[in-house]
Write a protein that binds this ligand. Structure first.
Ligand code: ADP
Length: 217
């Protein structure tokens, strides 16, 4: 936590000093000073995001379970991520079996898990040429068993030695990453009585899976 918060704080101090220097110029360089202040605001917001997320991680909000239509919940998230996918020229495939029963779950939390996986997948494919990225969201279900969600990409993949660690809080390989998306996802899925894991993708990339139990009626 110290590292995650210290980094933006140090950047704020650096920008603050730069801003003072631009103001001390004769004449003062106002455009540069303004840029420095804008950077300070951006970094302060980043530090504050870390705190908000850490809080959420330490004390997951109580789950609000309701009957959730998987198809509707997935469709909403797909439409949220749509413009991002279009921009990156990512092709999306969604497979949801017919006859899937509604799940008793916290819809927003499950959507948060799915969205985080989809955004991570897009980060992992950001080096692709437009049109090369392939994102797949598959839901599997057989009567009497848990429902299994899989999110697959053909991005950079996860090195075998990191397959376990990526769910740890603050594990990130991204310059701007916080490394808590998957840790929060794990606490959400476990609070629902499910499991979450990752496997290497079949055509490179990574596949993230999670299960949710169907309610006993
Ligand atoms: P963040 O995205 O802030 O780094 P996450 O907890 O969501 O935090 O992810 C942790 C790390 O797991 C990422 O930094 C990345 O190294 C790895 N990761 C997650 N999803 C993927 C993916 N689809 N492909 C490759 N690596 C991934």
């Amino acid at each position: 936590i110290a590292h995650e918060v210290n980094q933006p704080l140090a950047a704020i101090v650096t920008s603050g000093n730069a801003g003072l220097r631009w103001l001390a110029n004769e004449p003062a360089n106002l455009p540069k000073a303004r840029q420095a202040i804008e950077r300070m605001i951006g970094d302060a917001n980043r530090a504050s995001d870390v705190i908000v997320h850490v809080r959420a991680l330490a004390k997951p909000a109580s789950t609000q379970k309701e009957w959730v239509s998987v198809a509707d919940a997935v469709a909403e998230i797909v439409s949220l991520a749509h413009s991002e996918m279009n921009q990156q020229g990512v092709t999306l495939t969604v497979e949801i079996p017919d006859g899937l029963p509604p799940l008793l779950a916290d819809r927003v939390q499950i959507q948060q898990v799915l969205l985080n996986m989809m955004l991570n997948a897009m980060d992992a494919m950001s080096g692709h040429e437009p049109g090369q990225g392939q994102l797949q969201v598959v839901v599997d279900w057989r009567a009497g068993s848990d429902v299994r969600f899989s999110v697959s990409d053909n991005g950079i993949g996860v090195p075998a030695e990191h397959l376990e660690r990526i769910f740890d809080a603050f594990y990130t390989t991204k310059e701007q990453g916080m490394g808590i998306g998957l840790a929060i996802s794990r606490s959400i899925i476990e609070a629902h009585g499910g499991r979450i894991w990752v496997t290497p993708g079949e055509q490179g990339g990574a596949t993230f899976h999670f299960t949710l139990p169907t309610a006993k009626m």
